[in-house]
Design a binder for this molecule. Structure first.
Ligand code: NI
Length: 138
């Protein structure tokens, strides 16, 4: 286990009570866990602006009856194949598909791939979850 350090934090009363309300709603067991997560969130953001390698998950929802769209998405994924670790396809109903593409690479390249997929005509919803390789986070 990593060493724990105790430190004092001074905050405005109102800000702390808002924070406590927030962490209660999010079911955080302690303030320490909530503050640790805020710090890690910031470290991940920094990896995405300054880091060399990040992880992410791109999710897409589309109608597979639009064959041109499916071909276009496959073309884009092949163009960026070095970034793609895996992809999972779920048939949501007769028409709609959900695809989850796990990606790893330079932040700019991963974002470019995500935008290319999301902006493909016919994609109903696309999002990029920006996360980390975990190597630079305690
Ligand atoms: Ni499908």
């Amino acid at each position: 286990m990593t060493d724990l350090v105790r430190f004092g934090v001074s905050l405005e009363k109102e800000l702390l009570s808002k924070f406590d309300k927030h962490i209660k709603e999010k079911n955080y067991p302690t303030r320490s866990k909530a503050i640790g997560d805020l710090i890690r969130e910031n470290l991940v953001k920094r990896e995405w602006t300054e880091g060399k390698e990040v992880m992410g998950a791109i999710t897409l929802v589309y109608n597979h009856h639009k064959r041109e769209l499916v071909n276009r998405l496959t073309d884009v994924e092949h163009d960026f194949h070095q970034l793609i670790i895996s992809s999972q396809h779920v048939h949501l109903d007769e028409a709609n598909c959900l695809e989850i593409v796990v990606v790893k690479g330079k932040p700019k390249n991963v974002q470019k791939l995500a935008y290319s997929l999301k902006s493909t005509k016919g994609v109903k919803h696309g999002s990029l979850t920006m996360t980390t390789t975990g190597k630079r986070i305690a």
